[in-house]
Design a protein around this ligand. Structure first.
Ligand code: C5P
Length: 232
């Protein structure tokens, strides 16, 4: 119906940071608050979707009606994402996934060494969750509509278009994170939406607004694209 255009659709969203252990008491992470991903989950429920929210460690309440799956590491987020992506219609990767993890987390607390000024940690790359999902096909050759995010400090459109193509996404939400009061941790955000529309590419610029309103606009745009035949 008009008020619940996502009725009958399953939308999976990743949100928040990941936490990569170094030893039993320490980790690598980032400042992602999870607000945008949680706003997307709330908006998707309001539009009538069944929503699964795969969240890294954040301190936010779960929006009503959302099935939340808590994870810590990128590998855990990868596993939960692949499991749920195979049964959803739209996959939105909003999480700030750590690019690297410790090659081997220490079993015991790493001790400070006398007489040595430095400490070298060996890191290895985490999987690119959204790129894997965009590249996997089910037995029928299908996969969900995949929406990614791009946080950039310069050349927003060029980097976002490159990411859209390189990761084989269907749509990307690009944020200029160098703007004060927007993006990371803030309640407001602005975005450039880019998508593939069958023939070429479409785009829309969304002005600064509360993340809740921006979230609704992102979901509505994705729903609008679902009716367009995929180009892959
Ligand atoms: O390449 P970059 O990290 O800027 O791309 C951001 C997009 O890719 C986001 O949608 C983010 O959730 C996703 N991503 C991912 N797994 C990673 C890194 C990024 O799903 N390891």
């Amino acid at each position: 119906s008009e008020k619940t255009p996502a009725q009958g659709l399953h939308i999976v969203i990743t949100a928040g940071p990941t936490r990569e252990p170094l030893d039993p008491v320490r980790y690598l992470s980032n400042h992602s608050s999870g607000k945008m991903g949680f706003a997307l989950a709330g908006a998707a429920v309001e539009l009538g979707a069944q929503v699964s929210l795969i969240s890294g460690p954040v301190s936010l309440p779960t929006p009503a009606g959302v099935a939340r799956i808590d994870v810590e590491t990128a590998l855990q987020m990868h596993e939960a994402s692949r499991r749920l992506a195979s049964e959803c219609d739209i996959f939105i990767g909003c999480a700030a996934v750590a690019d690297y993890r410790a090659e081997a987390a220490s079993e015991h607390k790493i001790k400070k060494r006398d007489g040595e000024d430095g400490l070298t940690l060996r890191l290895i790359k985490n999987p690119d969750i959204i790129a894997d999902i965009a590249n996997e096909r089910d037995a029928a050759g299908g996969r969900p509509f995949v929406v990614g995010f791009a946080a950039e400090t310069r050349d927003l459109e060029a980097y976002a278009r490159d990411k859209l193509k390189r990761k084989r996404l269907d749509m990307i939400v690009a944020n200029d994170v160098s703007t004060e009061g927007l993006g990371f941790g803030a309640d407001d955000n602005a975005a450039l939406l880019l998508w593939r529309d069958g023939e070429g590419e479409g785009g829309a610029s969304l002005p600064p607004q509360p993340k809740t309103r921006l979230a609704r606009a992102v979901i509505e745009r994705a729903l609008g694209c679902l009716s367009i035949p995929p180009v892959h």
